[in-house]
Design a protein around this ligand. Structure first.
Ligand SMILES: *Cc1c(COP(=O)(O)O)cnc(C)c1O
Length: 395
């Protein structure tokens, strides 16, 4: 089959719920992918932020292979060695916590919403404040938590009890707090929202507010977690800790796994047997992969790589901004960067792809660059060189 034939199967048999790019990717290695015809691309947006350690990292492959020879899946009613180990590792690397495992980011959000509501039900509180321009997933409650009208359009009535504040405005959050508010939920850096970084004052203000009012702070680190910003979790830049933290995307480097990390404020009695579950959530295979991800980040000193190459990336993007007035602003942290343009960005994404570089555009005008945290200077340079050529051509 060739690409055109595959596309025609898609047109016949696959619902067009996402934008479709007419390129069939069949192979990947590190920061490069190849299409069906053997064309090579530098990947600055591997798997929508999932393949954080790059494509086909051998350590992850070995871990999966080793596990699937023993056992792939067991019921969550039985003790799962890999899940126990992974829960311990995540808690040790974040804050004293217990975990719930899901298969995706949206399901981690659903779990967070259910758990805080169950906690709040003791005192009749259920309202949750989230941010405008946020993104928390596509299932009903996660979609409702997502503060973007276009995501809700046509799906009303959405889940009741959500209110949307302006990101980085503590006053806006405070205006929405009332005696029914149980939690505040946000991303430390809004990803789909256009790479908006939370300010220090905002984060510490939210932490204080939650402490004062006995509310819970939920951080969605689905996109910012696992070293993306130069710390293992982005909240670690802020000198605060959340009460709940959502993980997914690069947690498993490609296998479907999400996690919700919950501190001791939500007591054991609130989440008794039968309150929530997931059949697949955290099975031996995906937990083995996630354990290998944590090991690899440490072994290959990837946080240092993000810090070093994140600076290189920022400098190079700032140079481009100085050279090309179409670039309005360079945003982000570590290896999570946005280039806000004065014009729609899709033509830049398409031109980059024609020239062998994969990037993303969000909120119409923000080019999103999130290379694997394993990327080398060589492939970072190669991709940036192509990006620069694109700006030279399109202005
Ligand atoms: C991608 C994403 C989600 C949703 O994750 P899925 O695995 O697609 O359900 C939630 N929150 C953030 C911040 C994300 O980037």
């Amino acid at each position: 089959m060739n690409t055109a034939e595959i596309e025609s199967l898609y047109n016949q048999f696959v619902l067009p719920t996402v934008t479709r790019i007419p390129v069939c990717l069949v192979k990947g290695k590190g920061s490069r992918v190849w299409n069906l015809e053997g064309r090579e691309y530098v990947d600055f947006f591997p798997g929508w932020g999932v393949s954080g350690l790059g494509h086909c990292h051998p350590a992850i492959g070995y871990a999966i292979k080793d596990q699937i020879r023993k056992i792939v899946h067991i019921s969550n009613n039985y003790l799962n060695l890999k899940q126990a180990e992974l829960a311990e590792v995540i808690s040790e690397k974040s804050f004293p916590a217990r975990l719930f495992f899901s298969n995706s980011g949206a399901e981690a959000a659903e779990a967070a919403i259910k758990f805080v509501r169950r906690f709040g039900s003791e005192t009749g509180r259920f309202e949750i404040i989230t941010m405008k321009n946020s993104f928390h997933g596509r299932t009903y409650a996660a979609m409702t938590a997502t503060g973007q009208e276009k995501v809700h359009k046509g799906f009303q009535p959405v889940v009741p009890g959500f209110h949307y504040a302006d990101f980085n405005s503590l006053d806006s959050v405070k205006r929405l707090v009332n005696e029914k508010t149980i939690a505040i939920m946000l991303e430390p850096i809004q990803g789909e929202g256009g790479i908006h970084v939370a300010s220090r004052e905002f984060m510490s203000g939210l932490r204080r507010l939650c402490d004062e009012k006995n509310m819970l702070l939920i951080l969605d680190e689905v996109q910012t977690g696992m070293g993306r910003t130069g710390k293992l979790f982005a909240y670690q830049h802020y000198g605060i800790e959340p009460d709940l933290m959502m993980l997914a995307k690069s947690l498993g480097n490609g296998v479907p796994i999400g996690a919700l990390v919950v501190n001791s404020k939500i007591k054991q009695e609130v989440l008794t047997a039968g309150t929530h579950a997931s059949t697949y959530g955290g099975n031996p295979m995906v937990c083995a992969a996630a354990l290998a991800v944590f090991k690899t980040i440490q072994k290959e000193q990837l946080l240092q790589n993000v810090e070093r190459l994140g600076k290189v990336l920022e400098e190079r993007l700032l140079e481009m901004r100085a050279k090309f007035p179409i670039i309005r602003e360079v945003k982000g942290m570590g290896l999570m960067r946005g280039l806000e343009l004065n014009v729609p960005g899709q033509v830049y994404v398409d031109r980059a792809r024609e020239k062998g570089l994969l990037i993303n555009c969000t909120q119409e005008k923000v080019l999103r660059i999130m290379p694997a945290i394993t990327i080398s200077k060589k492939w970072l340079d190669r991709g940036l060189h192509i990006l620069e050529k694109v700006f030279e051509e399109l202005g």
